[in-house]
Ligand binder design. Structure first.
Ligand SMILES: [Zn+2]
Length: 673
């Protein structure tokens, strides 16, 4: 059962005959609203949908906590205007907008609007509550008077949920409400006395102001958070409210507010669901999770369709964290979403997948599952030119029209430009002589073969694909050696990418070569004519610039993290012999482009292993170093040499194949546990 439906069931069970259930969410407009806060809305919204699905009436009540005090100037405001520190202690609703001179557009309105504009894209119906209006119109007055009259009980409840000792006079001087000073507008006031009926208070303010406050008329005061929250539950008869996991901890806000709700306001606290915070993965490009840019729902909508944002929230248990990805991970998320979406459409989805999809639906919005990775790959080749893209899609047998991919097109463009510029593919303007001159004789022949094949034309997509795999096959010594063939093909593909786009990898090569007009790249594969004058003039700076671009930065093209494999028993683990070995020799293997023959000391005897790390390390970077070897792996021949085990290394597109070296103090032969 979907988690939202489990919650809905609990709500119904607790109060089966309620006419309309109220699910709440609330946010302070303290600055741009981070996507993590959106989990408050999404969680409550799904529960409302689940209640309605169960045949009940329910509403989502969203509270703008704009009457809270302004605590801190956020970075984007601080960088834009100076002097906003002076508003600390004001309610948000009284702070001017940092981005507008219009006196009507306050700080609260500015950030509320930013959020609500984004929310419109999700088709979520919410009933808004503006807390400043609620307080200042006197709607809560009975509850405030009640809280004042029961202030001793409130103090005891708060005290029972904290660890500090009570200080002298603390209880007597405790008031659960803060008065906003009419002089300085801040909440830096202290009540000094209160009449028996709790209606009239004397107070002083840090600014020097002293005054008399009539709670039945003045209204410009606010209950402290842990009293304000349960007061609103009682006022609105809230049945469910989620909250960040910080509120969910034992003796945290919820526990305390729950007691206050019951004891002070006589209202059974709503069902609560804590949720984990949201992560942002990928730190390259201009739109970065770590650059201080606050990732709002609006910002994420530039790269995610609203359904996919909802889907991530829907498919993840609230207590589990997940990431929004600015890096390649986003393509994986689009792919997985599409797969589930299609399976629901063709009725092959499981019940839980159907529920997950049910909650992600955005009213009046239709999803077309044109693969995002394809839009990115092909789009970047043709500069996202729409007629060209339609032509390319048709050529590769998936004749998508603009209407099908327009919703994703701008997002793909934005992502490439601001999040992942390294994924853009630009054909070189001139032949990559520097790279070509480094190629061996066979490799040059392979390029020449490809050039001739493309030039003669008359092939279809399948024919091109077959040829691309066949070319390197012709030049290897043993076409049956799958490892050798694979590495020869990988090397060939890399060479072609380097000659065309000066990158080690790129979009699927057969699509790439098929999609673009051959006249745009054929000359880049033809080295039969000498360097042109232009190439002589331009090659060095251009290549340097290109090389700069292709340097892998941190977190670039990180492979998707694989799911954890099935559990093995301790007995099975015990069978694995991992031990520290010393590399004594490192030799070349005839006819192998990527393997070394390593001679090791394993503590008992000399041992030979074959390892495909030739493109990563020079022999003198290996000899004399200690590594971890899987010593009881079955023997196997690679490139004609028998390998007695395998070294441990981390392989990822982001870093290539990196050997795990061991601290020199660990003796040879030591077992790894
Ligand atoms: Zn004051």
């Amino acid at each position: 059962m979907h988690w939202a439906e489990e919650i809905a069931n609990r709500i119904i069970q607790r109060n089966p005959n309620k006419k309309e259930y109220v699910c709440a969410a609330g946010i302070s407009p303290s600055g741009s609203i981070h996507i993590g806060n959106f989990r408050d809305v999404a969680t409550s919204y799904f529960v409302v949908k689940a209640l309605i699905k169960a045949g009940k009436k329910a509403k989502l009540l969203f509270s703008w906590d704009e009457y809270d005090r302004f605590r801190k100037v956020p970075a984007n405001v601080f960088n834009h205007v100076s002097g906003f520190e002076k508003y600390i202690g004001y309610p948000y609703v009284d702070v001017p907008s940092p981005f507008s001179d219009d006196v009507n557009e306050t700080y609260a309105i500015y950030f509320e609007k930013e959020f609500m504009d984004a929310i419109e894209n999700f088709g979520i119906d919410m009933e808004y509550r503006y807390q400043a209006d609620m307080y200042r119109s006197g709607k809560y007055i009975d509850y405030i008077l009640l809280a004042l009259s029961k202030r001793a009980e409130i103090f005891d409840i708060l005290d029972s949920h904290r660890t500090q000792d009570v200080t002298e006079g603390e209880k007597e001087n405790y008031y659960p409400v803060a008065i906003y000073c009419p002089e300085c507008k801040r909440d830096t006031t202290q009540i000094t006395s209160l009449t028996e009926d709790c209606k009239i208070a004397e107070y002083t303010c840090k600014c020097g102001h002293q005054g008399t406050f009539d709670f039945t008329r003045d209204y410009n005061c606010k209950l402290a958070w842990k009293i304000d929250w349960p007061m609103r539950w009682a006022y609105e008869t809230v049945d469910f409210e989620p909250g960040g996991k910080d509120h969910a901890s034992p003796n945290g806000s919820y526990d305390t507010s729950k007691d206050i709700s019951k004891i002070v306001f006589g209202y059974e606290a709503p069902i609560f669901q804590g949720y984990e915070f949201i992560g942002i993965k990928g730190t390259t490009g201009k739109m970065s999770g770590s650059s201080g840019l606050n990732l709002t729902p609006g910002a994420l909508l530039q790269i995610y369709q609203p359904e996919i944002i909802m889907w991530l929230y829907s498919k993840t248990d609230p207590l589990k964290a997940f990431n929004f990805c600015l890096d390649d991970g986003i393509l994986r998320q689009y792919y997985e979403f599409d797969r589930m979406y299609e399976s629901c459409k063709n009725m092959s989805a499981s019940e839980i997948d159907r529920s997950i999809m049910f909650y992600t639906e955005v009213k009046g919005h239709e999803i077309k599952t044109v693969p995002m990775s394809l839009i990115v790959q092909l789009g970047s080749i043709v500069d996202f030119n729409v007629p060209m893209m339609e032509l390319v899609f048709e050529k590769i047998g998936t004749p998508y029209r603009y209407d099908d991919f327009k919703d994703r097109l701008d997002r793909a463009k934005y992502w490439i430009k601001f999040c992942s510029p390294e994924n853009a593919n630009h054909l070189l303007r001139y032949r990559n002589w520097d790279y070509y001159n480094e190629l061996g004789e066979q490799e040059s022949k392979e390029i020449s073969d490809l050039h001739n094949f493309i030039k003669s034309g008359g092939y279809d997509l399948d024919g091109l694909q077959t040829e691309l795999y066949d070319i390197p096959k012709r030049y290897i010594s043993d076409a049956n050696d799958k490892n050798e063939l694979k590495s020869a093909q990988a090397r060939f593909f890399k060479n072609v990418y380097r000659l065309l786009i000066d990158k080690d990898q790129g979009p699927r090569l057969y699509l790439f070569l098929y999609a673009i007009d051959t006249s745009r790249y054929l000359n880049l594969l033809d080295f039969s004519t000498p360097k042109t004058q232009e190439e002589i003039n331009i090659s060095i700076p251009e290549q340097n610039e290109a090389a700069e671009d292709s340097k892998p930065a941190i977190d670039v093209n990180v492979d998707p993290v694989q799911p954890v494999k099935p559990v093995i028993s301790f007995e099975e683990f015990e069978k694995i012999d991992l031990r520290v070995c010393l590399i004594k020799k490192c030799g070349e293997i005839k006819n192998s482009n990527n393997c070394y023959k390593l001679t090791l000391d394993d503590g008992i005897k000399e041992r030979t292993i074959v390892s495909s790390i030739k493109n990563e390390y020079k022999p003198d970077e290996l000899i004399g170093r200690k590594i971890i070897v899987l010593a009881n792996l079955e023997r196997k021949r690679f490139s004609g040499v028998e390998s007695e085990g395998m070294l441990l290394a981390g392989t990822n597109s982001a870093c290539g194949c990196k050997v795990i070296f061991v601290d020199d103090c660990i003796p040879v032969g030591t077992c790894i546990r």
